[in-house]
Design a protein around this ligand. Sequence first.
Ligand SMILES: CCCCCCCC/C=C\CCCCCCCCC/C=C/C(=O)SCCNC(=O)CCNC(=O)[C@H](O)C(C)(C)COP(=O)(O)OP(=O)(O)OC[C@H]1O[C@@H](n2cnc3c(N)ncnc32)[C@H](O)[C@@H]1OP(=O)(O)O
Ligand code: FAD
Length: 631
Amino acid sequence: MMIHTNNYILNIKELWDDVPEEYLSHKERYENAIKKAFIVLKVLRQLHTGNIQITDHRTPTNVYSIQDGIFRNVNPLLIHIGLFWSTIAAQASTEQQAEWLQPDSSMIGTYVQTELGHGSFIRGIETTATYDSTTDEFILHTPRLSAYKWWPGGLGNTANACLVMAQLYINGTCHGLHIFLAQIRDFDTHKPLPGIKVGEIGPKMGFNTADNGFLGFDNHRIPRTNMLMKNVQVLRDGTYVKPKHDKLTYGSMLLTRVTLISDLAYQLSKAATIAVRYSAVRRQSPIKSNEPERQILDFVSQQHKLFITIASSHVYRVVGLWMWNSHKRVTADIHEGNMGQLPELHALACCLKAISSRDASALVEQCRLACGGHGYMMASNLPQIYAYTTAAVTYEGEYTVLLLQTARYLVKFWRLAAEHKPLPQNFAYFEDYIKKNFEQWRNSPEGIIEGFKAIVAGKTKAAYDTLQCNLRNGREFEEAWNMASVQLTNASEAYARSLLCEVFWKETVQLSTKVSKSLAIVLEQLAELYLMYWALEKHGDLLLYSTISRNDIEALQSRYEELLALIRPNAVGLVDAFDIRDEVLCSTLGAYDGRVYERMMEEASKSPLNEDVVNESFHKYIRPVTMKNKL
Ligand SMILES: CCCCCCCC/C=C\CCCCCCCCC/C=C/C(=O)SCCNC(=O)CCNC(=O)[C@H](O)C(C)(C)COP(=O)(O)OP(=O)(O)OC[C@H]1O[C@@H](n2cnc3c(N)ncnc32)[C@H](O)[C@@H]1OP(=O)(O)O
Ligand SMILES: Cc1cc2nc3c(=O)[nH]c(=O)nc-3n(C[C@H](O)[C@H](O)[C@H](O)COP(=O)(O)OP(=O)(O)OC[C@H]3O[C@@H](n4cnc5c(N)ncnc54)[C@H](O)[C@@H]3O)c2cc1C
């Protein structure tokens, strides 16, 4: 059957709620979401097997983005689709993949890594997988409470299988973390298998349809062939065959960090669409006292809050794609046995995941604030987008922890520069900084990019010098590192910002040659706005580390304000161009037709508190108090 995914999914009645999900209990929310998740899964399976085919051109992202509207929260199968399958595809041997990656598989899986006691420091994970050569099995075991798995999405009620990260033991030797496929529930009855203690962890700030769960193993046995064996093997006699790189097991985290950048771009585009459209509808106070009230979008301070969100969505879309292509290239190299580019990819993914999630949550919150009181309503959908986005600052590698990973990479190159050793081309600016080869400041995108590189160099130098000073004072390296960690994270943050500015500007200039002149102008305005915004935000750093002057900063401020005015007439068009359907946006404030107040009233009428003219609590609790003396 040929289908148009949008229409097909939008017309499946059971996927769309009559009662807004905020009025459901924790249990009802899950049950409602799981009903929908399996309808969506069926569609995805039909697409995969070719039983239905797609006629629209933007399919994978379309299905993904329509889901946002269907769940208004999170698809409980997000980890099954996004992490379970992709980890098997990347880390299982060809034979394992042939067995496990069947489109009609009974397995509903999740990715089980974090424990009650350890999330960031994964070498500290306590779950063990001990090889028993007499039976050719691994014994999965949770030795104590802190070793209970805690957090995996879909684990609480949905999954019947999982990929477990555990410490591998063979003949008493620990070989570190490895991934194992374990069935945890009966495929038919869905009851936990013997030796499995599993459940759901309770309500959270967001992700409340994702049934995040806990899991403990009591000497649970799985076949030896259930260890993911593409990069590393345990043979029948217990021989351990090492991987070519000891962090290949962390590959799923790397991939998800890369994918998340695009997902965050999409969340930003939703928030921007809601806030910009609302700001075009909402009128509040005149600018000149003798004039009618103005659209709040005409206030320059409002433009300052919103246009950076539009621009940032484009930045993360462009950089997300750039990272996706790098990931593809590096993965192909790894297949050929060449690990050379992995450290760079890891360093980039860490800082970009950290900064994209932090930026996205700050900007979504800014959009909410820009919608005044109405932005605080759940029906605006901004609170849900915020709760979803801010979780990404923590999961898949906590913000600070990831920045410190990138700092290791920066410090290595600074050490080379300090010792006057050869540097790769992309770090040549470290040498320039040491030799004080400072460029004359230019108030242009290219000048700002150079300025940001000077900040990276200056901050890396400062962190490195502190590190060296701590070492000279007799500290051990790890302690000296901890003492310098504020400066180290600052250097990583600056590095991410310089990458974002450089990649976005270069890609935009290139793209501009391929589109109409009028579109090119707007795209370049957005890119320039992004660079100016951050140059002004970081003007203190520029004053410290580059040759910028006070006059230059004043000129940047004027150009920034000019850009706000230039973008203003296109603001609504720019968010319309994100092309997000009302059904996906789920916002009273952001719908295409601009019927904001009507929709707000329609949504209010769905409140169960409006079902009775007089709520029964009046008779039970209020009247006895207020009428006491009059009875
Ligand atoms: C219209 C537009 C639509 C857009 C549509 C977009 C479509 C998007 C589709 C899907 C979106 C998907 C969204 C997914 C949502 C996900 C939902 C939430 C799921 C959450 C899951 C989780 O959270 S799983 C758990 C994650 N946990 C972590 O991330 C733990 C973090 N900790 C670590 O990673 C490690 O502990 C740490 C790296 C911090 C340290 O490791 P350790 O072993 O201790 O390292 P160490 O010995 O110190 O050595 C460091 C050494 O190793 C190198 N290294 C570390 N990691 C890697 C790696 N991954 N790869 C390569 N190398 C690595 C590191 O560089 C160091 O090297 P040296 O400096 O020593 O040379
Ligand atoms: C919504 C959501 C979904 C999740 N889904 C999954 C899932 O599907 N599967 C899964 O396995 N896990 C999942 N997780 C768990 C997630 O990966 C971890 O919570 C995350 O990696 C952070 O680890 P943590 O909780 O141990 O934080 P901690 O590491 O305890 O962080 C607490 C604080 O300590 C600081 N800190 C920790 N270590 C250092 C250090 N070395 N240096 C400096 N500061 C440090 C951090 O910066 C932070 O400020 C999920 C989490 C959330 C919130």
